[in-house]
Design a protein around this ligand. Structure first.
Ligand SMILES: [Zn+2]
Ligand SMILES: [Zn+2]
Length: 283
């Protein structure tokens, strides 16, 4: 048995270690839970309550039903507990020296400090595309991924609403990178923040990005709310998480994506009329 496995076995037989693990788990669940709850509530309150009428023309298909929102919140809580267990496991690996999360920003050089966040994000996107395609195979969809797809018109709370097995896959697979590369602690914090923000944004039901975004040569490579919303609508195509490129490479982008994005970002009727009147007046 290798040394670290022996250390782990000793630690698992120690009741104090279990108490410490419980404390760490609670700490992560509370910290991550607050972050997720605050961001999701912020999106939901701003887009679905405060600006509901103003942004109605940007609704991609329909408003989420209250029953869906309740279910999404419950499943999100279960995912957060699992993510916390994962974070506690990482802490354990950190303690036995299998993972390096460092505090000193320049310990591994400026280049790695700046590159590590984009590298982790691109890696997570690739992992997600592959595992998401697997989740759409018949058995996986029926028994696991179907939970996430119960919301055809998702609310921001759908971001973490998934079967516990999927939560473990989504949360765990990208973090395998930590076994290979060292990561600065604030970079890891930004990685998690990016994940929450964009995941919640992708389930917002309202397209908040500017007109032309999806057709732009650079911004068009990033996914939009419409991109993921269409995935929920039909459970086919648009499997990407943060970028559109894997769907384009593998021919899985929905044919109606750009038109639907255009439709969700048309000008409000009153403003459109003013723009037409303005251009007529100018000629
Ligand atoms: Zn989704
Ligand atoms: Zn899916």
């Amino acid at each position: 048995m290798s040394e670290w496995l022996q250390d782990l076995a000793t630690a698992l037989g120690n009741p104090e270690a279990w108490q410490a693990l419980r404390r760490v788990l609670t700490m992560f669940a509370v910290a991550e839970g607050w972050q997720y709850a605050a961001i999701t509530f912020g999106f939901w309150f701003a887009l679905h309550v405060l600006l509901r009428k103003r942004l109605a023309h940007r609704l991609i298909s329909g408003w989420p039903r209250p029953g869906d929102v309740r279910r999404e919140i419950l499943y999100s809580a279960s995912s957060l507990l699992l993510y916390s267990a994962g974070a506690a496991a990482i802490l354990g690996l950190l303690a036995v020296g299998r993972v390096e999360i460092y505090a000193e920003p320049l310990k591994h050089g400026l280049a790695w400090l700046l590159l590590s966040l984009p590298v982790l994000i691109v890696w997570q996107d690739l992992c997600f595309y592959c595992t998401h395609r697997l989740m759409h195979t018949r058995w996986m969809f029926r028994h696991i991924h179907g939970v996430h797809h119960r919301s055809r018109e998702p609310s921001p709370w759908a971001a973490y609403a998934m079967h516990p097995v999927e939560a473990m896959v989504n949360g765990g697979v990208p973090l395998l990178a930590l076994g290979v590369v060292p990561v600065q602690e604030q970079v890891l914090g930004l990685f998690v923040l990016h994940q929450v923000l964009r995941n919640v944004h992708g389930h917002a039901a309202i397209e908040s990005l500017p007109r032309g975004f999806a057709r732009h040569w650079l911004w068009g490579r990033f996914t939009s709310t419409t991109h993921h919303h269409l995935h929920h609508e039909t459970a086919q195509g648009n499997y990407g998480l943060w970028f559109t490129w894997w769907d384009r490479v593998f021919g899985t982008e929905r044919a109606d994506y750009l038109q639907r994005f255009d439709a969700a970002t048309v000008l409000r009727p009153a403003r459109a009329e003013a723009a037409v009147a303005g251009s007529a007046g100018a000629t």
